[in-house]
Structures are given as C-alpha cells and as structure tokens.
Design a binder for this molecule. Structure first.
Ligand code: GAP
Length: 547
C-alpha cells in the first residue's frame, strides 16, 4: 500500500512538473528522446537557484575554493588517463525474446531487493540486527565473504551465530539468499567476471519483466561514453568524447588555477556543467539521464591529511542539504565497503525518494590517482611545491596532492527538491470541500519570489500593481497576474511555490498599503508598500541558508 502511495506521489510530481512548466520530455512532439529532458520556464529558474545555492556555499563562502568553467570536449588522452576508455563500462545483457537490454547488475539488484523485501516480516529488532550483520559480512575480505555463502545457501539452515541468532523463520530463507546474492554479485562485479554475472542471473532464476522468460544472451561490457568526430573533415578527424564527468576538466587545470590564482594547499576547484553518459537503462524521470548536469568540487590536500578532509567534507555536504529544512530521517550516508581502485574512502549521501533511498551526491577520497595519471599520460609535472614547514621544521616540498571530491547531480537535486516540496493538502471544512497543491520550496529556491495581483482590472489598480512590480523586480523575480478570481490566483502560485502574493485593492490607492499573503500558512496581513522589499528580502535571502 505504502509502495502504491509512493508510486502515485511520484507520478503526481512528474505530471505536476510538466503541467506547470518545470520539466518537459525532450523533443516531445517527436515522441521524445529517451532519458533526455528539457527544463521549462519555471524549471530553469529553480535549477538556477539550486546552482546558485551550491556555488555560493562552495565557492563564495570559502576563501580557498575557486570556480571554473571548462569545456565539454577534452583531449581524448584525458579519458585514457582517467581510466574511462578502458573501465567506464556497464555489464549488459539482452533478453532474446523481448529483445530488451538490461544492466546485469541492476537485474540482480532487483532480485536482491525482492528477496530482502521479506525483511518486512522481521520484528524491528531483528531487522536492525540483520542490517548490522549484513554490514559486518560486507566488510569482510573477499575470502571471508565467500566462506559464508554455503551457509546462506543452505535452504533450511539456521544461522549458528551467538551474536545474531536468526531463527529459521520462513522469511529468513529468502533474506539470507538475498545476502548470498549480494555478496556474489559484488565479487563478480569487482573481478569483472561477466560469466559469473550471467551464471547468477540464471541460477537465481531472474526473468525478463517483459517476456517473462530467462532466455538471456551472454553479459557484455558496454562503454558509457558518447563519442563524436572532431573537425569538419571526416578524413584526419579524431574521435572525441562528450565528458562523462566534469571532474577531469578540473584535474587538467589544476596547475593553471593553482599558479594563476596563487592558491595554497589545501584548496579547492569547483565547477558546474553538463556531463553525458550513454546509460544502458535510464529510468525514473530525471534521476538517471543521458545528458545531465553535475556540480563538482575537487579539494587538493597534503598526502596524509586526506582522511581528515574526507570527514570534513562528508559532514559539510550533509549540512548543505539539511539547511533546506529537509527532515533528517530523509537523508543517510552510505559508506562504500567496496572501493574503486583509485579511492581510499567513499560515501554516498542518499535521499529517500518515493522509490527508496538513492544516491544524490558522492564524496570520494580519490588519492593522487588522477593527477598522477595525467602526469604520466601528458608528460607534464602535476606537482605542487609546499613551503610550509612540517613537524621537523623542514618544508613539505614537492608532491602530487591528494584529492577529496564532492560530486552532486544537479538534476537529482532538482528532483529531490520537487519531491520534498510537493504537498497535496486537504483544506475541507464542514461546509466546503477544498484542497490545494503546494510546492513548499525554500523561499530562496522558489522560481518566483513575489506574485503581484490587482484585485480588479480597473479603477487604477493594475497601474498601482505595475508600479509595485517595477520597484521590486530588480531584486526579486516577480510575476504579474490580473486574470481570474483572487483565490484561483493564490492556488496557482501555491502550486509553483511562490512564497508571497501581494494584492492591491482600493485601499492601496488611498493609504499605500497592500495585503501580503504567506504561501505556507495562507495568512494575510496588511503592510505598507514601502516595507515590502524588506519582508520579501529577509525571507529569500541566501543568508537564511548560508549563515
Ligand atoms: N566525478 C565523480 C562522479 O562522476 P558519480 O557517482 O558517477 O561520480 C556523481 O556521479 C553524481 O552525478 C551522482 O551522485 C548523481 O547525483 C549524478 N549522476 C550520475 N549519473 C547520472 C545520470 N545518468 N543522470 C543524472 N545524474 C547522474
């Protein structure tokens, strides 16, 4: 039931986004382009406001972080050095009957979720114990994990473990099978054992959701980078890639920025920009797109100080999210047990979307991997000379800095913001049925800050309203509306998250006061026109988020 409500809520958010001009399917009149979306008139405003919040928090509030805007096209060797040419792959598999293509790991993850859904039959105490046990198992060495598999696969076996004495409830059978599959899948992915992935799909009887058969091809690697020809002539032109992450534009400019900006370690370089990935499966609206936007920051630190800075950024980034007023239980960290070959620590900040907890942002301790790789592939030194003194009183000297990365998907943050803000309120009283759809956006993020309404279209009210709008529009994005009854106009602004509606009536002409209506409480108060900028300015100020 809860699942159904969540599905419904998600569908409502998607249709709301379209109806009010936030997000449209790309090329819709040609039936759309899969996993590509356009932002409409209000979506572009909201997206810009999210960008501004990030840019201010990361760049302008930190004296040691600067922002750049690097090109989407980069020298092809960049992607060889970064490992994307050889390693940025998804394992994919086709169903021969439906001809549909899937990511092998996602098929298996769905199966794991299905098996774990039996956890709902556990008591909350046993569920918590299981999660602790699961973390313990996933934290073991590869061999240690494998050693547990036979007991998980033993259909009737109980868990003979004093700390976690799970009884042989019917549900435990499924849950432990889920754990076995999770371990086996992780190990197969880590060793890039495609044959093993196929075996797991067959052994665990995974079927195609369309054809309902298990008639699968072998698993193949599929590189996610888009490529195109560079140069006008086909002859002599070179293959270049559309960047799959913005980070590499920062790495290759590390010394340019450090030298021209006279930056001293520790320092950061941030950027916001488009990234492209030919996702095998793109789904859940703007959650997984083929063209999307990232907001990334690489923080360059002394080797040995990486752990400290990783913890710092982990905390700082969650604070950034929480400042928007989201309920704390909606967020969680997911520390990576399995690390990419270049990372020594990584965590995801996950948000509870209607379809479960999913990653919004990654914080990665990337060691000196990227700079060292670029040093090797370009033949140019990527070193920094640190003349601060170490504990022995000697300069730290030359080294390749370590890097902590914070990487957030702008589109995912946009989706999160819409979902979080979307509310359908029942306002019915004994006498009257009533409801409203509300976007409870933080005022600093709201597309319009103020809606200006003359009560009627005559008697000089529109002129007075225009006067007010003309005074406010330099500082605040305003909208003017004179059509429809005032109640209807309020509802329209509630639905797009406008925090203030100002109504100009006949009294306004006499005493220069107006009614200001607050979106969330729906309260109205009479205020002087001269005080409007102050009321609105305080509520929408970036200080409310950044101070
Ligand atoms: N430079 C590191 C990096 O790119 P990532 O985990 O692959 O790391 C970072 O991506 C963030 O970018 C993710 O947390 C997610 O928010 C966003 N992201 C990744 N792929 C995406 C896609 N196909 N569509 C939308 N957002 C995506």
């Amino acid at each position: 039931m809860a699942q159904k409500n969540n599905d419904e809520q998600f569908k409502n958010v998607i249709s709301h986004a379209k109806e009010y001009g936030f997000v449209f399917q790309s090329s819709e009149i040609y039936d759309g382009l899969s996993a590509v979306y356009d932002y409409g008139q209000l979506g572009a405003e909201l997206k810009n406001n999210i960008k501004t919040y990030w840019w201010k928090a990361m760049v302008q509030m930190h004296e040691n972080i600067v922002g750049i805007d690097s090109a989407i096209f980069m020298h092809p060797k960049v992607w060889k050095a970064s490992g994307h040419v050889d390693g940025f792959n998804d394992p994919m598999i086709d169903n021969k009957d439906s001809k549909k293509r899937y990511r092998a790991d996602q098929l298996l993850e769905n199966k794991i979720d299905e098996l774990y859904s039996e956890l709902n039959n556990f008591s909350s105490e046993n569920k918590a114990k299981f999660e602790e046990f699961q973390q313990e198992i996933l934290g073991l060495s590869d061999e240690g994990q494998m050693a547990w598999i036979p007991s998980f696969k033993d259909e009737d076996g109980i868990l003979d473990n004093a700390k976690y004495p799970f009884v042989d409830e019917a549900s435990w059978r499924f849950v432990k099978k889920g754990l076995a599959l999770e371990v086996e899948m992780n190990l197969a992915l880590k060793s890039e054992n495609l044959g093993q992935l196929k075996d797991l799909i067959v052994d665990y009887k995974v079927i195609c959701p369309i054809s309902k058969t298990s008639n699968w091809t072998d698993v193949r690697q599929f590189n996610l980078m888009f490529s195109t020809q560079f140069g006008a002539m086909a002859e002599g032109s070179d293959e270049v890639y559309l960047r799959p992450e913005t980070a590499q534009g920062i790495f290759v400019n590390f010394l340019n920025v450090q030298k021209s900006g006279r930056m001293k370690i520790p320092f950061g370089i941030a950027q916001i920009g488009k990234a492209f990935r030919n996702e095998v499966i793109a789904r859940q609206f703007i959650m997984r797109m083929r063209e999307f936007e990232q907001m990334e920051m690489q923080f360059f630190v002394r080797p040995g100080e990486d752990k400290k800075w990783f913890e710092y950024w982990k905390e700082a980034r969650l604070k950034w999210h929480m400042a928007l007023g989201t309920k704390p239980e909606k967020y969680r960290y997911h520390d990576h047990v399995k690390l990419a070959h270049y990372a020594n620590a990584a965590t995801d900040i996950e948000f509870e979307f209607p379809f479960g907890f999913k990653e919004v942002e990654g914080i990665h301790s990337r060691t000196d991997f990227d700079l060292t790789q670029h040093q090797e592939f370009s033949g140019k030194k990527m070193q920094y000379f640190d003349n601060d003194l170490n504990e022995e009183g000697k300069p730290y000297g030359n080294y390749v800095p370590y890097v902590i990365e914070t990487s957030i998907g702008l589109d995912r943050m946009f989706l999160l913001t819409m979902i979080n803000a979307f509310e359908e309120q029942d306002l019915s009283t004994d006498d009257k049925q009533d409801s409203r759809t509300l976007l409870r956006l933080h005022p600093a993020l709201a597309p319009y800050k103020v809606a200006v309404f003359p009560l009627t279209k005559k008697d000089g009210l529109p002129e007075k309203a225009r006067e007010i709008m003309d005074a406010l529009k330099f500082d605040f994005n305003c909208i003017y509306e004179e059509k429809d009854a005032i109640g209807k106009r309020y509802r329209r602004q509630d639905a797009v998250g406008t925090p203030f509606c100002i109504t100009i009536d006949h009294q306004s002409l006499e005493d220069n006061t107006v009614t200001i209506r607050h979106r969330d409480s729906m309260e109205q108060e009479r205020v002087a026109i001269a005080g409007l900028a102050d009321i609105v300015g305080k509520a929408v100020s970036w200080k409310t988020l950044l101070a």
